[in-house]
Design a protein around this ligand. Structure first.
Ligand code: 8YV
Length: 315
């Protein structure tokens, strides 16, 4: 039941229970994903909504926003804003907050974990032991990670956190960045193709969205050495997934370790069928500690919005 003293907040997709409980205790919380007739719900209740909470991977569509005539803020549980039309929100003066800062380390950890899992056969090694193959044959050899050439696509907070970790593995680190970075100890390369050509491991840590869609296309993949691995902890949209599948099928590159996909949670059958891939269900930021902090950041930004204070994590 609506408590008219409490501001109305619309939750677009499920977030951790602890955050839902906090939102419920403070606001009139509507869950769009639980509505059996979402369009009818929006038409009837949309005008009440003052703030939206959504996930980075889900965002919020223009079609939903068009029903929210009094919305002033979108609090993103995540850092990606690629699933939100920022031209539209700017035009409507809708403010945006993200969970900046708190998930950087986890996503960087995941990138290193994926790189090691792929190159050192951790997933297939696990299956090998469970299936008692060890009793019958010797395990296969992996590829060394330490000392190799790492190319990072996107040198924001996450890219830099990956580089710092890779430095401890004595890796030779180069990167491409959309903005010039003058203060970094790693080598800047001007094109993604050139970076791909010279990398043993190519890690994607750039933002998603229209401007980076299929940045890693068939040409970039063709530039990668045959022994190279592609690692993606950013967004599936950055990679031409079909071109990647073809390259993996033809052993044009050694493998891919992916936390993100073009049409999550759908993963193409052709990718599932390959054994030179490591696949994760978009869990770069999915630790207890980080998800708790992300919830805290979402809550703090909503609180600031409703008390007319500047958003601590506003865009
Ligand atoms: C989260 C993300 O997995 O930060 C982002 O943009 O995609 C991820 O950290 C997501 O927002 C929560 O589901």
């Amino acid at each position: 039941m609506t408590d008219s003293n409490r501001p109305a907040v619309l939750l677009i997709a499920s977030v951790p229970d602890a955050l839902i409980q906090r939102l419920n205790a403070t606001y009139t919380l509507y869950k769009l994903y639980e509505q059996t007739e979402p369009l009818a719900f929006l038409a009837q209740t949309g005008h009440e909504i003052q703030a939206v909470v959504t996930r980075g991977d889900v965002g919020v569509s223009d079609a939903v926003l068009e029903n929210l005539s009094n919305v002033g803020m979108i609090a993103v549980f995540g850092v990606g804003t690629d699933a939100i039309n920022l031209d539209y929100t700017r035009q409507k003066n809708i403010r945006i907050s993200i969970t900046s800062g708190v998930l950087t380390n986890d996503v960087a950890d995941m990138a290193l974990g994926l790189m090691l899992s792929g190159a050192r056969n951790l997933c297939s090694g696990d299956r090998f032991v469970r299936e008692q193959q060890w009793l019958k044959q010797a395990p296969s050899l992996g590829v060394q990670v330490s000392g190799k050439k790492l190319g990072i696509v996107g040198m924001g907070n996450i890219g830099q956190a990956i580089a710092r970790r890779a430095a401890a593995f004595d890796m030779d680190i180069a990167y491409v960045s959309r903005t010039e970075k003058t203060d970094l100890p790693w080598r800047a390369v001007t094109s993604v193709n050139a970076l791909a050509e010279q990398s043993d491991f190519l890690v994607i840590a750039a933002s998603g969205g229209a401007s980076t869609r299929h940045l890693i296309d068939a040409n970039v993949i063709a530039a990668m050495p045959e022994h190279a691995w592609l690692i993606n902890v950013a967004r599936g949209s950055l990679v031409d997934e079909q071109a990647l599948i073809t390259a993996l099928q033809n052993k044009q590159i050694a493998g891919a370790a992916l936390d993100v996909f073009a049409e999550e949670p759908q993963v193409p059958e052709a990718l599932l069928a390959l054994d030179n891939v490591v696949l994760q269900p978009h869990v770069g930021s999915a630790t207890h500690e980080t998800r708790q902090r992300m919830g805290d950041v979402v809550f703090a930004n909503l609180d600031a919005f409703f008390h007319q204070r500047p958003l601590p994590n506003g865009l």
